[in-house]
Structure formats: structure tokens, C-alpha cells
Design a protein around this ligand. Sequence first.
Ligand code: HEM
Ligand code: FES
Length: 783
Amino acid sequence: MTVSTLSRCPIDHSQFSQPSGQTGPTGCPISHGAAGFDPFADGYQQDPPEYVRWAREQEPVFYSPQLGYWVVTRFDDIKAIFRDNLTFSPSIALEKITPTSDEANAVLAGYGFALNRTLVNEDEPAHMPRRRALMEPFTPEALKHHEPMVRQLAREYVDRFINDGRADLVDQMLWEVPLTVAMHFLGVPADDMDTLREYSIAHTVNTWGRPKAEEQVAVAHAVGNFWQHAGRILDKMRAAPDTEGWMQYGIRKQKELPEVVTDSYLHSMMMAGLVAAHETTANATANAVKLLLQHPKVWQEICTDPSLIPNAVEECLRHNGSVAAWRRLATQDVVIGGQAIPAGSKLLIVTSSANHDEQHFVDADLFDIHRDNASDHLTFGYGSHQCMGKNLARMEMQIFLEEFTRRLPHMQLAEQNFSYVPNTSFRGPEHLWVQWDASRNPECSNPSLLGEQQPVRIGESSQGGVSRSMLVESTELIAQDVLRVRLKAPDGRDLPRWTPGSHIDLQCGDTGISRQYSLCGDPQVADTYEIAVLREEQSRGGSAWVHGALQAGMKVQMRGPRNHFKLDEGAQQLILVAGGIGITPIAAMAARAQALGIPYEIHYSCSQRERMALLKSLQEAHGERLHVYIAQEGLRADYPRLLATAKTGAQIYACGPQRMLDGLAQASLHWPEDSLRVEHFSSTLGALDPSQEHGFEVELRDSGITLQVRNNETLLDALRSANIDVECDCREGLCGSCEVQVIEGDIDHRDMVLTRAERAACTKMMSCCSRARTQESRIVLAL
Ligand code: HEM
Ligand code: FES
């Protein structure tokens, strides 16, 4: 996304095939899809990302005349919007999406209803000082205290129905337990549960729903009562401010910082906080259980191996989270995803659609609890307003799933139609009927299982620890020192789809070594991954292990696939260059170029013919487009000659030894910026040498935190210790997954990912390896 001022929309609207005849606020034509968008219709309620698939794929940002909002559907655009809370103000996050009647407004006024700014809808500069002042009860240390209470509640509620063989999990547990946890967390005494339950639904409908005219008055009475009730609870708390709870913590902070923690904030948060903490988590768990039971193999997997639960929670939040969309207000003219949007526009950012964006998540619609970037989802928002309660929610969901999988592994979904409270944002089934054979409850024959428990993981799960178990189907020497390995899922199920340039991380038995290998088979073969591994003389153990120890029939662990070397399918011409075993991603790219009809040529060099993997099949498939250079036969690639004439619109993709890549970089200096895209095999980066390094300071602008990075740790280590979720993969500056946005700073870039142009622009850095250039240079990050 670019944020810039533009007076005219740069989009060529003729590309949208079905104009509706209407025009939007910018004078642009509105497509048929945009005109028909109705987030209160059943299609959106049942499956929001599917409902806006057409937009995500064809018209990622569109104006909805029915809603009066601009709708944004892609991951990168939405993340960029979250990142910039000045251009995109959160002030409308709790505004009524459907304006209510005068009569309903008069009812609300009669109750003195004055819900105002809390945190989630507060602008800067007021928001960040308040957030920081109120953060402490959310630290992992503080959250640990709630774990026994959540466990006990989960146990008690399951006790109530475990012998019945059938339950509506929403009515009988998932609504009340998160409500009780929310009340404990906020510090509310656990009475009035039924009243609060009714009130909080009314608040959701009032804020994010479209109540009919005749319902609006009833909703207004419930919301007004909720408001007054919240006020009374707050008065009780003020009378005993030393009791435990986040609200009491706020009351105490108000004494210290009265301008930061205001009366209006406390009253509004008392009401909005319950919904923030309760409904979101109740719905998220109901969605998760439904999704898991709809995938019985996955359910069985987590029943057998509960250590998979933390990442299953993350994948459920990604695939079917409880917040489907959020809102922002554009405070200046901007361009989002190529679409000009005037200042003052309201945006509906469909986070559930971002979570299914193929550009960010491999095989995005697949429900894959082994996905190692599942926690990149935007269900908790992102940046300065990212959900403060995310780790409490994660903890609750883990404990609920643990309780269900241990005590009711034979649970199944009952036949039913799912209904949702019609609204844009909060999403979960109103009822979730499940059934099981109570005579087979495992605790009847094994009461000791009640004593078992999984350690809860506070924080996101997928920090490098998520892997999938694979079966080695076959190994075959396909050239001298090159072993082809075919991997399948142990139960033979289809694997996540992959695209050319993707790699997997193979864990080499119990050596502690993990190595990246490009996928090189046919992406159409859905149940098999294929890699080709060269035995390296200088091997640090990875290829030696694959050649020496790996055998058909063995089980191995792998992560991925990931693609940091994506083929630009819009390129006008492709020059594909491979050195030695670097042919693996290049072969997959050539096949794709051929299928797409993009003109391409392959330049494949190697020291000896016998060492050339895939040579025969490449010759057969690509004929004259394949150019082969064999040093032993006196033929070497001449890159300066090959790249003598710069070609606009052509892309060079290269994979091979560093010397070859350096040669290509040199030979392509006169080509347009970023024409050359490379995949590295090895990094020259060594381990961090503290005697050579210096510490430095880093400011996280979005989070309002300043950190010190010591000379014996990486920026990534420091970020993670501060509980900031940053992904990582290779930790060697090779893969690009730990990229962070730089706002200011003199950076010593040590990665192999960024291009010359990107380094010069200095707007991003790889946090696993790059550092501040000097001890004095301070880095400011958009995190
Ligand atoms: C903010 C989702 C649970 C407290 C948010 C936002 C979302 C969200 C989308 C807005 C983020 C943004 O604007 O960038 C969720 C989901 C939950 C959940 C999906 C459960 C699965 C909780 C819980 C609590 C909580 C359990 C409290 C105990 C908050 C607070 C904010 C917030 C205080 C405002 C943060 C700020 O603006 O600085 N949440 N939430 N949430 N959430 Fe949650
Ligand atoms: Fe791979 Fe940093 S983790 S580049």
C-alpha cells in the first residue's frame, strides 16, 4: 500500500467486468460485486473470507454503497493500515455501523449513555500513554495467576455435562466460562451473569449489527441498562480499589495519572471491556471446536498429541477467527491497493479475508495446524492497538481444547444448521451441538487422566517450533552425490499446495541440524514433496546426514513450505540461471513459465555432467530453451555476455553458489533495479561474536517501547524477549521472514535478502542479523 495524496483514482476500472451502473464517492464506477456486498447477509455471516474471495482476487479495495464504507480485503494492505494509526484512525472502531432511529437514541440518552473512548478507539497522542499505563496486568507473569482459575472452571463445566452424551457447548460452557474469566480479570464479582450476558449481546448488535427499526428500541434499553450497570459496578470498585482486577488497577493508576486514565475511559471500558474479553474468546473457542470437529483427522491428531494444541489454536484463529473485520477512518487522502480514497472515508478492513490471502499464507484455505506462520494472522489486529488480551485468550482456548481432547476425544459434531448474530465484526455460532457415547468416556476406565495437564504456552506458539511429521517414501541417487528424496504425510493425506521457489526446512534426525531445501517435483502431485540434496564436501552435517542416515520408511520432521523466492508471474520474460544443485527451484520455475506461456530460457552450469541433477528431464521438457555449461567439457557460462543488453520487463532468477551469484550481480548492474532475484544456499554469516559487536538502542514506535540490544544478542532475540511477535525462520539472514520496518536509523545490513535499492532506501531490515551501524546510532522500528 502507498499512502500518498492523489487527486484522481489511478485504477483502470474497465478491468472489472460487471459494472453496476452506480458510482462511488470518488466518481469511480462501482462493480456488480461491490454493489452486492452486504455484510449482514447470510453469505458473509457463514464464511466472510469466502464471501469476499472475488474481491481479494480481483478488486481488493472497493466502495460498498450499501454500507457507505470502503472495504479492504488483502493482507498487506490491511497490515499497512493497522501499522499507521495516524493516517488510519481507530476512532470509529466502536461507532454504530447502522445509524439508529431517533426513538432509540432518545432511549439511550434517557439512560445517560455516554460510551466514549476506551483504548481500541482512542487516537494518539492519548492512546499510547494510556495503553502503557494499563499494560502490566497483561504481562505473561501476571497472566500465569489466572491459569488455575481457568482450568478449574473448564473442569467444572465439563463435569456438568460429560455423562449426558450431548451438549450445546456454547450454551453450556463456552459463553459462561470466558464471561466468568473476563469478570475475574476485570475484577467484577461473578454475580449478574445472566443479565450481563443479555446486555453484551445487545451491545454487539447496537455497535456492529443492523437491528430492525422495531428491535432498536429494545436494544437501546438493554444497552442503556448495561451502561448504568457498568457504572454501578465501577462505583463498588472505587469503594474497594485495592482488590484484584484490571479495572481496579486502572482506578489506582488514575490517582497517579488522572489525565491519562480518565473517568470517561473507566466507565466506557467497564462496559466495552467485558465484550472485548468475553465475546471474542467465547466465539473464538466455539469457532475453533467447530472447525476441528469438521476435520476429524486433525481432531484425532491433537487428541493424540496435545503439544500440537497451541499452534492449532493459532491456526483456528487464522482460519476461522472470532473477529471478522475491524474499522478505521482515513484522516487524509490515501491510495490503498492502487485505489484512491479521500480523507474522511470509513474503512471496513476484513481481517478474516487477509487471513486467507494466498500471497501471505501458503495454500491459505487449507486448515493446517502445522502451518509455521499461522500466528501472522490479523485476528488480534496489529501494531499499536493490537489486542492487549491476546495471551489471555490464547491461554483460555488452549485450556478448553486440552480439556475437550483429553476427556471427550470421541466427541463429534451433531447435525445442525449454524446461526450467527448478524453483524460485521464479531463472529461465532450461536449454538454448537456436539455428541458422544458417554459409556466410552475415557475417564470411566482411566480416572488418572483427570490429573494430567499440558503446560500452557503463554504467547504465540509458532516461534520456530512448529513442524510436521513426514514419511520418507523413497530416496534415489539421481546424479553423482545428488539424492532425490520423496516425502509424504504418514497418513497419505494431501500436503499444502506449494509454488515454484518454495522450500522446506528438514530437521536432520536428532542432530539438532535443520536445513532448507527447495521443492523440485511437480506441484500438481498433491500428496508428495520432492527435494534433491547434494552431498557437500564442506557439509556442516546436513547433507551428510541426508546421504548417510536418511532412508525410505523413516519418519522425519519438516517445517514449511515457505516461499521467499516467488516467481513473478507477470514478468514478460524469464532468464533462469542455475549453478549445480541450484537447479531445484529453477526447474520448478521453468515448468511454471512453460505452463503460463511466459518466454523463458534456462542457463544451467555445473563442474561435471555426472553431477547434474534433473538434466535428462529438463532436456526433454525444455529442448532448446535449456543451455548447459559443463566446466569439465570446457564450456562455462558467460554472464556478462548473457546479460549484456538490459531488458525491461525481464526478470533474472538465479540459484547457485555465491561466486556465481556475485558474477550475476556484477553483470546485471546496468539492468533495472531488482531485475535479479536470487536464492542463496549458504550464508557467510557466522555466529554472533560479542567481542566484535556493540549494543544499541531500538525504539518500537507502534508499541511505545524502547529496548537495549546487548552485544551478545540479536535484535530478534531482544524483540522476542520483550514479547513482540516477530517471525523467524533461518536466523541467518537468508530467508526474509524476520523483516521489520525501519522508520529511522543507520543500519549495518548483514542479510542476503534485501536488494541494493532496498538497502539504500533503508526502510526495512532483517532483525535476526542486521544491527545499528554504531553504538550511538539508534534504530526506530514500526513495531
Ligand atoms: C483490541 C480481537 C480477546 C482486550 C482488540 C482488537 C481486536 C481484538 C481485533 C483491535 C486491534 C487493533 O485495532 O489493532 C480479540 C480477539 C480475542 C480478544 C479475536 C479473542 C480471541 C481479548 C481479551 C481481552 C482483550 C481476552 C482482555 C482481557 C483488548 C483490549 C484491546 C483489544 C484492551 C484494545 C487495545 C488497544 O487499542 O490498545 N482485540 N480480542 N481482548 N483487545 Fe482483544
Ligand atoms: Fe531468516 Fe532472518 S530469520 S532472514
